[in-house]
Design a protein around this ligand. Structure first.
Ligand SMILES: Cc1cc2nc3c(=O)[nH]c(=O)nc-3n(C[C@H](O)[C@H](O)[C@H](O)COP(=O)(O)O)c2cc1C
Length: 174
């Protein structure tokens, strides 16, 4: 099978990470793949914030809870990942959410290519948008977060994929 296609089918969300840091060169390559994601009107209207500060990650979780987000006791939303990349885009750009999501997917796939585990995380978006956290993120003017990707060396393999739906394609032919 073509190796890129194989990668698409084999990538899985990882929710358990080793504490060891991802080498900067690897992070740079993963971020470069994020930059090469398609973007609305080709404007590259998205920003990547690499958070390597467990203290700030805790504050984001606390801010999410303050905003009404609920986690089951003992749940660690970032799963102990050493790196979290926050995806932000301009608040008033009509394709902001799409741009952030495309960039996130490229990060997930590039991470997998380098043996790095990843998890796309949106549960903490309310916390990421808290005023105190926004100050810490120091985003470009009028940008807001739309999600984030936790990255790290996997602590254990992922379970196999869920069976895929087979009722989700419609073909329309002349
Ligand atoms: C938009 C989006 C938001 C997600 N948010 C979370 C999240 O907050 N926490 C989490 O553990 N996983 C989150 N995930 C990961 C999904 O749960 C995961 O992709 C799904 O269970 C399928 O597993 P797979 O990625 O291994 O195919 C999110 C995925 C997407 C696409």
């Amino acid at each position: 099978m073509n190796s890129f296609y194989e990668m698409l089918l084999k990538r899985r969300t990882i929710r358990s990470f080793q504490p060891r840091a991802i080498p900067d060169e690897t992070m740079d390559q993963i971020l470069l793949a994020g930059r090469y994601a398609p973007s609305g009107m080709g404007l590259q209207n998205r920003h990547f914030t690499v958070v390597q500060d467990p203290g700030l990650m805790k504050e984001i979780v606390a801010a999410t809870e303050k905003a009404g987000g609920k986690f089951v006791p003992g749940h660690t939303p970032f799963y102990g990942a050493p790196d979290v990349v926050v995806l932000s885009a301009p608040k008033d750009f009509k394709l902001n959410r799409e741009d952030a999501a495309c960039a996130a997917e490229n990060l997930l796939l590039a991470a997998y290519a380098f043996g790095i585990g990843s998890c796309y995380i949106c549960s903490v978006v309310p916390g990421l948008r808290d005023e105190s956290i926004l100050k810490r993120l120091n985003l470009p003017r009028n940008y807001i977060p739309f999600g984030c990707v936790a990255l790290g060396f996997p602590a254990q393999g992922a379970p196999g994929p869920k069976a895929r739906r087979t009722d989700d394609v419609t073909w329309i032919r002349a």
